[in-house]
Design a protein around this ligand. Structure first.
Ligand code: 5RP
Length: 224
């Protein structure tokens, strides 16, 4: 469900601005996507200059970029509580609810974000809305796909199985599952929808995040 944004300048500004939150000795969750990639590259430069941190990757993409950027990695088994997690988002609203999962990484992203004392989202201004309306990614156990699809429709959603590019058939997540992008139209009560989605058997994780502590939003006119 990823819509390519041409706003590379905004992504870079937001991504790099969050890197200044990282201090020596921290264990940091490293998110997935093209905005937080700017954070990871910037942190890599800081590591080259002597910063001593450990990262926990939210996906194979984040892991590869962290390794390329000379960031030492650890696991949640070794460091169950992180100092900070930084990640991108597909949409963020005025109450700091976010929709994530455009890169099909939202399950691990949520686990990492919830393991952190502070969760920071980086985004360019195109992601900011008054009311969420982006289709909600749902990671789904393949065995449960038809049941989950039926339950999502009962909730008023229109689920679409995410298909691979350069791969025939469905996208398979880093956890070996399917992803459905579920259009609910305008989501006026994201907390209520999130609670309902949590009740669907076989729906591994949904992309509504309610635990943002800080938003680094790049705007042409400045920062927020
Ligand atoms: C991956 C995500 C990403 O953080 C989200 O899709 C934003 O990506 P980008 O910064 O490339 O626009 O949730 O699952």
């Amino acid at each position: 469900m990823k819509v390519a944004s041409s706003n590379q300048e905004g992504k870079r500004a937001a991504g790099e601005s969050a890197a200044c939150l990282i201090k020596d000795g921290m264990v940091v969750g490293l998110g997935t996507g093209s905005t937080v990639a700017w954070t990871i590259r910037k942190v890599g430069e800081m590591v080259e200059s002597g910063l001593d941190i450990l990262g926990v990757a939210t996906s194979y993409q984040a892991e590869a970029l962290a390794i390329e950027s000379s960031i030492r990695l650890t696991t949640l088994s070794q460091h169950p509580v992180l100092d900070l997690a930084i990640d991108g988002a597909d949409q963020v609203d005025a109450n700091l609810f976010a929709i994530k999962g455009g890169g099909a990484a939202h399950t691990r992203e949520k686990v990492v974000a919830c393991s952190a004392r502070k969760f920071v989202v980086v985004a360019d201004e195109s992601k900011y809305v008054e009311t969420l309306s982006h289709p909600v990614p749902a990671e789904v156990l393949p065995f449960a796909a038809r049941l989950v699809e039926r339950r999502l429709k009962e909730l008023g959603g229109v689920p679409v199985l995410r298909l691979g590019k350069m791969k025939d058939g469905p996208v398979i997540t880093d956890n070996g599952n399917f992803v459905m992008d579920v259009d609910f139209g305008a989501i006026v009560d994201p907390a209520a929808l999130a609670a309902k989605l949590c009740g669907i058997p076989g729906l591994v994780e949904h992309g509504i995040f309610d635990n943002l502590d800080e938003l680094h939003l790049a705007r042409r006119a400045g920062w927020r």
